[in-house]
Design a protein around this ligand. Structure first.
Ligand code: TXA
Ligand code: MG
Length: 326
């Protein structure tokens, strides 16, 4: 059993020695390993059960470290503007990963064999302190078994990997859903995974329209990013996404079914978990609520489909759609 890592210096030492250590970010907890250490990165894939062709995000201290791990000349003016606007300290700070051609210093295993690397600077004091202490880039996929719900507390990570990975505890994650992933590696900027940094906000910084990832992944359609599987972020219990009216119909027709309901319109009851109505609080709560619902081990989870117009709902709907896909 790994020792508890309560100390940033100790966590950095273990990472430097080739260990995997889970760390908090503002979005979800990540499974950290030094990006230049292919054996440590291999362990991350093994622990998660992640397919080898699904690339990992590399966490950096800021634009300077990012520039050092992308290909010469790849840190363009657009990349720099996005990083300065959205990475910590920026006027519009929010979780954003930027995909760019990779430098030869990044081992192919990190990028699933592909030519591009996703870089992101997390806005969490513990993550930043760890990165500054290390002075090395860290891979950090969400610290959950591949395909299941991302962890938003240290306890969630321990529940999945207690005997395998020490966890640096930074409390519950503020944002609660994963970073926006934007590719600047193609002819036009394109969002590969929606998140709380929206296409609209990016468009304002770059001064051009931004293409969004397909909101509803169609089975069999080509994947936008290797990791954007139709079913992802999913509880073990069967889950369905329903409009409020359909949900009320179900409740009327089968009031005693063995199920849990996640709703932002219905108030708390024995089998109802009430979620907040504003998208930021909803995102913050969502994964813990899905886990609570899953832990009750009933026959199904019904989720009320949010209908709000705020662009943050797009990222939430993306996660709900994947959590409820067959
Ligand atoms: O908020 C986050 O991004 C969290 C925290 C821990 O930083 N990390 C995270 O990593 O969500 P992961 O591995 O669970 O999801 C990364 C997503 C995957 O869908 C992956 O396919 C995509 O980003 N991705 C990573 N590198 C990529 C690349 N080079 N090209 C295209 N997509 C990439
Ligand atoms: Mg993940």
């Amino acid at each position: 059993m790994p020792d508890k890592v309560t100390d940033i210096v100790l966590a950095a030492e273990r990472l430097r020695a080739g260990d995997v250590v889970a760390f908090p970010t503002e979005t979800v907890y990540g499974l950290g390993a030094v990006a230049f250490d292919p054996r440590a990165v291999e362990r991350v894939f093994a622990i998660k059960g992640r397919p080898a062709n699904n690339p990992l995000i590399v966490h950096v201290t800021g634009p300077e470290m990012a520039r050092a791990i992308v290909a010469p000349g790849a840190w363009t003016d657009a990349a720099d503007r996005l990083a300065r606007a959205f990475w910590p300290g920026g006027e519009h700070a929010g979780p954003l990963s930027i995909v760019l051609p990779k430098s030869d210093r990044i081992p192919p295993i990190v990028t699933g064999g592909g030519p591009n690397v996703a870089v992101r600077c997390p806005e969490h004091p513990v993550a930043l302190a760890l990165l500054f202490e290390l002075q090395l880039p860290l891979v950090g996929p969400s610290a959950n078994p591949s395909g299941s719900i991302s962890p938003t507390t240290a306890e969630h990570v321990r529940a999945a990997f207690n005997d395998q990975v020490p966890v640096l505890d930074g409390g519950p994650c503020r944002a609660g859903i994963e970073s926006t992933v934007i590719s600047l590696a193609g002819p036009r900027p394109r969002i590969l995974r929606p998140g709380l940094v929206t296409a609209e906000a990016i468009a304002r910084i770059l001064g051009e329209e931004i293409e969004n990832a397909a909101p509803q992944p169609q089975p069999g359609a080509p994947l936008d990013a290797p990791g954007l599987l139709p079913r992802h972020y999913a509880p073990r219990t069967r889950a369905r996404l329903l409009d409020l009216n359909a949900l009320l119909d179900e409740l009327r027709h089968a009031p005693h079914a063995r199920r849990v309901i996640l709703s932002h319109s219905l108030s708390d009851a024995a089998n109802i978990i009430t979620l907040p109505t504003d998208p930021e609080s909803y995102a913050h709560r969502l994964y813990a609520a899905l886990r609570e619902a899953d832990a009750r081990a009933l026959d199904e989870i019904l989720i009320e489909r949010p209908t709000g117009a705020h662009p943050h709902w797009r990222a939430i709907l993306d996660r709900l759609t994947r959590a409820t896909a067959d």
